[in-house]
Ligand binder design. Structure first.
Ligand code: DX5
Ligand code: ZN
Length: 217
C-alpha cells in the first residue's frame, strides 16, 4: 500500500491548523514539510518556528524536506523542533558533511533520508543508503509547487529500488513533484511507496477519496 504525504506548501496559511487537522481526517500518512532557504532553491518557505507549531497541532509523522545549503548546520534543530524524518539533499554539501548530517539525525532518534534533484544520478545515493530510512527522488526541480511531473525520473526510481532490494534495506522510496492520481501509478510501478502531493491533494474535490486512491496504488 502506497503512503500519501501531502505537502503543506500548498496549504492555506491563514488556516494552517485547520488544514493540518484535515490531513489526518482524510487519511493521509505523513505531513510533508518543505523548508526552502532562498539559496539552495530560488524560493523561501518556512522553518523551525512553524515546524514547532505544526508539531503541537498533530501527532502525524512529520516528513521534513530540507532544501537548504549545508543542512548539517540545522539538522539537530529540526529534530528538536519535532521532525520525524529529516531529508537532506546530496547536492547541498560535501559527502563527508552529508554523512555527518545523516548520523546527527539518527543520533537524535529520527529517520534520516537523502534527496536527489532531477539531474543527480541514481548512484549518488550509494554512499548514504545504509544510513537512510528513506530516499526522496525529485520529480520536478525543487523550489515550487504546481510544476509538471518528470516521467523521465522513473528509471532512476527503479534503480534506487533495486539498490535498496540488493542491500536488503528497510528503506522507503518517496517521490515529490507533480504527483497526482494520474502520475501516481507510474511512480508505484517504478517502485516508489511514499507519494508527496501538494497541489493535487489540496485542490482535490474529495481529499478522502484522493488518499484512498493513493493507498490503492
Ligand atoms: C517542491 C517541493 C514539493 C512541492 C510539491 O520543491 O519539494 O514538495 O510542494 O508540490 P506539487 O505536488 O504541487 O508538485
Ligand atoms: Zn518536498
Amino acid at each position: 500500500m502506497a503512503k500519501l504525504a501531502p505537502s503543506i506548501l500548498s496549504a492555506n496559511f491563514n488556516h494552517l491548523g485547520r488544514d493540518i487537522r484535515g490531513l489526518k481526517e482524510h487519511g493521509a500518512d505523513y505531513v510533508h514539510f518543505d523548508v526552502m532557504d532562498g539559496q539552495f532553491v530560488p524560493n523561501i518557505s518556512f522553518g523551525l518556528t512553524v515546524l514547532a507549531d505544526v508539531r503541537r497541532e498533530t501527532d502525524m509523522l512529520l516528513d521534513v524536506h530540507l532544501m537548504i545549503d549545508r543542512p548539517l548546520r540545522y539538522a539537530e534543530r529540526f529534530c528538536e523542533a519535532g521532525a520525524d524524518i529529516v531529508t537532506v539533499h546530496v547536492e547541498a554539501d560535501t559527502q563527508e558533511n552529508t554523512l555527518e548530517a545523516l548520523r546527527t539525525i539518527r543520533r537524535c532518534g529520527r529517520r534520516a533520508s537523502v534527496c536527489l534533484k532531477p539531474r543527480t544520478p541514481a548512484e549518488a545515493v550509494l554512499p548514504y543508503l545504509d544510513l537512510c530510512s528513506m530516499v526522496l527522488v525529485m520529480t520536478v526541480e525543487p523550489g515550487f509547487g504546481g510544476q509538471s511531473f518528470m516521467a523521465d525520473m522513473m528509471p532512476k526510481v527503479s534503480r534506487i529500488r533495486d539498490y535498496i532490494r540488493q542491500r536488503g534495506l528497510e528503506c522507503e522510496l518517496e517521490v515529490d513533484g507533480g504527483v497526482s492520481l494520474e502520475t501516481g501509478p507510474v511512480c508505484a510501478a517504478a517502485g516508489a511507496n511514499v507519494f508527496v502531493a501538494g497541489s493535487a491533494y489540496f485542490k482535490a474535490a474529495d481529499q478522502t477519496a484522493f488518499a484512498a486512491a493513493i493507498h490503492g496504488m
